[in-house]
Design a protein around this ligand. Sequence first.
Ligand code: XBP
Ligand code: MG
Length: 231
Amino acid sequence: MGQLEALIFDVDGTLAETERDGHRIAFNHAFNEANLNWQWDVNLYGELLKIGGGKERIGHYIKNYIEFEPPYNLDEFIVNLHQSKNKFYQELLNQGTISLRPGVKNLITETHDQGIRLAIATTSTLSNALALLEANIDPNYFEIIAAGDIVAQKKPAPDIYLYVLEKLNLSPEKCVVIEDSEAGLQAANQAGLKTIITVNDYTINHNFDLALKVINSLEEINLSDLQKLIS
Ligand code: XBP
Ligand code: MG
């Protein structure tokens, strides 16, 4: 019989719908500010989301979608563009335009109040993940906030989940992951973790065969359901 000791949350798409009206808009602002005539519309952004990580996503776009000569070193150019995008993204969050998905706050609060440990495992940049939390919920609820470049390889590689497990000093069967995407599910699965999927518009057609359960929002589940699912 397994006993739930920690809940590990993905960020983008899971805690909040940050992509379409958050990161995407911020990327477009950054392109505009850099005098680039690139525009990522909702459909194109859905395709680009296959690549996790903002810097990696810009690099993938430059390589596969357009003809482009960077004005200086490409890696530096991408880092600068990504920093500008993150500034716009955090401005959006500070304006309070992006709230948590239904059921998220209740589940996190319940978990915290029951003394079960909480962690974050995200592909996003740490400052972006923190800005989302700070605008919506106490970041101190999370014992570990593992983000972005802290590991060598982003999701679907398992690195970020293995890192969290190491920091929590727990074996995977004591934990449940909450994710929204196939890449996130693959990452968690390869780390030996059981995963609940909360789908959104961008991920509804992903393959979730490996998930413990697929739901439309965290309103459909509570802590005792999660405890039963892993016992
Ligand atoms: C989602 C991502 C991120 C965001 C953009 O991560 O792939 O890259 O789209 O954030 P997750 P950054 O679902 O694992 O939270 O620009 O900060 O990378
Ligand atoms: Mg996600």
